[in-house]
Structure formats: structure tokens, C-alpha cells
Ligand binder design. Sequence first.
Ligand SMILES: Nc1nc2c(ncn2[C@@H]2O[C@H](COP(=O)(O)OP(=O)(O)OP(=O)(O)O)[C@@H](O)[C@H]2O)c(=O)[nH]1
Ligand SMILES: [Mg+2]
Length: 503
Amino acid sequence: MPSRTRTHNHQLSDPFAAVLQPPPDETPAALQARVEQEQEQKRVSDQIDDELRKERTERKKRSRREVKVLLLGQSESGKSTVLKNFRLKYAPMQWKAELRSWRAVIQLNLIQNVLTLLDLMQDRLAQPDGPRPGSSGGPSSYSPPSYGRTSMDSTISEITLASSRSTLNVVLTQKHRLLNMRLSPLREVETDLRRRLGAVDPEFTFANGEDGAMNGVPGERRKSAREFGVRGWIGALGFPTSGAARNSDEPMPVDKATEILATLRDEIISLWEDSEIRELLRAKCLRIEDRPGFFLSDTARIANRTYVPSDNDVVRARLRTLGVQEWRITLEHNESFGSEWVIYDVGGSRSMRHAWLPYFDAVNAIIFLAPISCFDERLAEDPSVNRLEDTLLLWKAIVSSKVLGKTTLIVFLNKCDLLKRKLQSGIQVNKHMLSFGTRENEVGVVVKYLKDKFKDILRSDASQPRTTYLYATSVTDTKATAATLNIVRDGIIREHLKHAEFV
Ligand SMILES: Nc1nc2c(ncn2[C@@H]2O[C@H](COP(=O)(O)OP(=O)(O)OP(=O)(O)O)[C@@H](O)[C@H]2O)c(=O)[nH]1
Ligand SMILES: [Mg+2]
């Protein structure tokens, strides 16, 4: 017990201590009460310290228990789509709560589909004499440049670009001019929606006056320039923060974009179903229905005042990832181990790949997305590079990385549905990959051929002997992807358990 004199001296030397000192005339009963109170305060304080210590230990343990996965692959390979599938399957309540936040993105995707058609139509209408059946020349006479054989993969041949047909039998009439005029307000709606979402243009731009084309198709360039991303989906899209679902029965507010789209629904359908427009697309070899974020076939449903996005709409929506987005997911089917996941979804275009590196030593597994339908396409950010070749180069870099020596590697040979459609349309793989030779131009054969190619690179370039898991996927098919994800999840957890210290 402190003596009065000592306390008093202390009080003199330290003004702050005066506040804490007992009154000089403290009675024995008051003294006892004060001591008891101080003891109680100390007990509470110790208890808090103890809880904080426990929480720190728990956090450390939890962090060791967390399964960390990095999604890698070039832009448009399907990384974010895998993330969406994962959330749809394992965190369905949170997913449902966020569905409505995607309406603006899907509306923007649809409007951009329409604007691609309008651009094409305007190009055609602007031709001085208009096309005559059987005539040649005009934009259809575009002749593709040739690109040198690649240094890394000699099996990929010179890229034969999809050239436009030499004859264009498209006759646009007054009806098309009218449609063009009626649909023109969508340009302003596009600007508004982009502003509302805080959309950022892709980093790759095209030189002024350049009339170069994506995949050999002039219209494609403008389409790609319409790509957009937003910084941080959660904030930009306005995901509900609490995780509590908004009342899904409540109608969504009819904003300006929704109203204009609903008003123009019939015109959009008429444009998409127009035989001359279809012919124009065919002539330009523009397979808009295979492009990301294609929603024209769903116009009747989406261009509607009561439209609410479905699971499948959100999975198919296109929104570029900028930088690295960290997603913490608690599996909603309460599982004791492997219920906490951290998934890093990265931007895949070349200028964003430097941001991948810091995550390499922090993750348990990498899911590498290889879009195998892209064997005849070029990178948007560098049209001299074949997309499949870029993917193989990335795979080579990943397997030869020493930092990733202990990381579980999983490959999704993705976009098999698009590959199938491409092959059925008559596109020959061996025109783009010489080493494919005389094999049958059939999806199963191509998948097997590419699986072997990935395994060959693993054998020849891995920093140490290791296995990898390869799956043929079409990740827009949520049912099939759910089954694949179950296998992948169990595999990752098994590997994780082997390395976890506490097991
Ligand atoms: N048909 C089809 N479309 C797919 C498939 N996988 C992804 N897509 C679509 O392709 C587009 C691009 O997919 P994303 O998941 O956004 O690609 P990403 O790899 O995240 O691209 P970045 O964010 O630019 O790096 C989306 O519109 C998807 O719906 C697939 O297997 N089949
Ligand atoms: Mg993405």
C-alpha cells in the first residue's frame, strides 16, 4: 500500500499523477473499496490481454488453415469466371445477395454488343456507292498481314488470320438507317453506365489513324477498344456489405438505362435478327456470339424493366480485372477444415502481370487458365502474338519458377465449348499449329494434343519433378464447373493438409 507522503511527493513532481491519487482524507472503508476496485480492474485488464493473445494465436492458426489460391492466365482466359463459379457453389448466400449489383454490367455488355453492330452498319452505309451483289473490294478486300513463326513454340505456324470474304452481298436499306437512328441513344447510355461504374479503358490503345484490326477484322478493333474494367468490383458494383440478401422479391428501381433499353427492345431484336446484318457479320468473319459478354440472344429478357440478373448471366458477364483482387470466402456449408479460402484474382493482360509475383510464395495452389479455343487469335495488347503461344509461354514460366516449387499446379484447358464451335465451323487447327499435323480436327483430339503439350513443358522445364492436374473445362457451364471445382477443392485441401504444421 503506498504511503501518503510518497504519494504526495509523487503528486508534486508529476501533475498527471494528481488525477490518479486517492483523496488525502480517504477513510479505511473507502481505501478498501478502492483497492478492491483496482484489483477488479486489473483482473479485467489481464483477461482482455489474455483474450487478445488467444485471438492473435487463433489468427495465426487460421491463416495457416486458410487455403490460398492464385488464379493465373492471360486476359479473357476465364479467371474471374472461375472465381464466380467458386462463390456461386461455396458461398451461395453471399452470391445471391450480390446478383442484382451486376445489372448495370450486363446492360453495358448488351449495349456494347449493339454498338458493335451499329459501327459495322455505319461503316457499310458510309461506303460511297454501297455494295453491289457479287462486287469485290471495299472493306471486304482486307488482306491479312503475316506474322513470323514464334521463337518459343515452333509448332505454331504462321498465324493465318481470319480474312474477310472477298465478296460482300450486303444490301442495307432505309430500314437499317432507321434502326441506326432509333438505336443511337444507346451511345449516350453507354457513356453514362461507364461513368456510373467508374469504368477504366483497357491500357492498350491504338495509334491514331491506324486502321489495323483485331483478328484481321476491322470491326473487331472497335469492339475490343470497348472493353472495360473497374477498380475493385465490390465498391464499383455496390455489393451489399453485410452479406444479408436484399429482398429479392422487391422490384429493382427502373433507372435511365433500364428505361431506354426497355423502350428499344424491339429495335435491338430486329437488328440482331436482320439477315443483312448477319451476312455482314459473316462477311467480316466476326463471330460476335463467341465474344465475351455476348447477350444479344437474351435481349427480350434483359431489355426489360423488371430484369434481374440470373446466376448464368453473371457468370457470362464480362468485366475486366484490374490489378489484383483478394476475395475472402467462408464456405457456407460449415466444414471443419478448409472452410476459409482466400482467392487472388488477377488482371491477365501483359501490363498487369508484374503484379502477380508478390503472391507466388504466399499461395497453396495456382489454377492456371488456358483458353484453348484461342489457337487462331492474337493478343489484344500485342497483335503480333498468338494467344495460345502466349499461354504456353506463361505456363513455361510458371513451371520453371523455383518459388512455385511446392505450389500445387492445376490447369484448366478452358473454353472447350468455344473450341468445339470453332472446329465445327470448319476452322482447321493444323493451319495454325503445324505440329498438329493430320490429326482429326475434333475437340477430343485437340484437347488430348494440348494436354500432352502442357505435360511436355512440365517435364522439360519444371524446376523439380512434379505432377500437375489438368481438366478440360467450359467454365460458363456452372453445373459441370461445380463438379470440377469439388475435385479441385478436395485435391488442394489434401495437399494443404500434407504441408500444414498442425496435422
Ligand atoms: N463460352 C465460354 N466463355 C467463357 C469461358 N470462360 C470464360 N468465358 C467468358 O470469357 C469472358 C472473359 O472471362 P473472364 O473470367 O472475365 O476472363 P479473365 O481471365 O478474368 O480476364 P481478365 O480479367 O481480363 O484478366 C467472360 O465473358 C466469360 O463469360 C468458357 O469456358 N466458355
Ligand atoms: Mg478477370
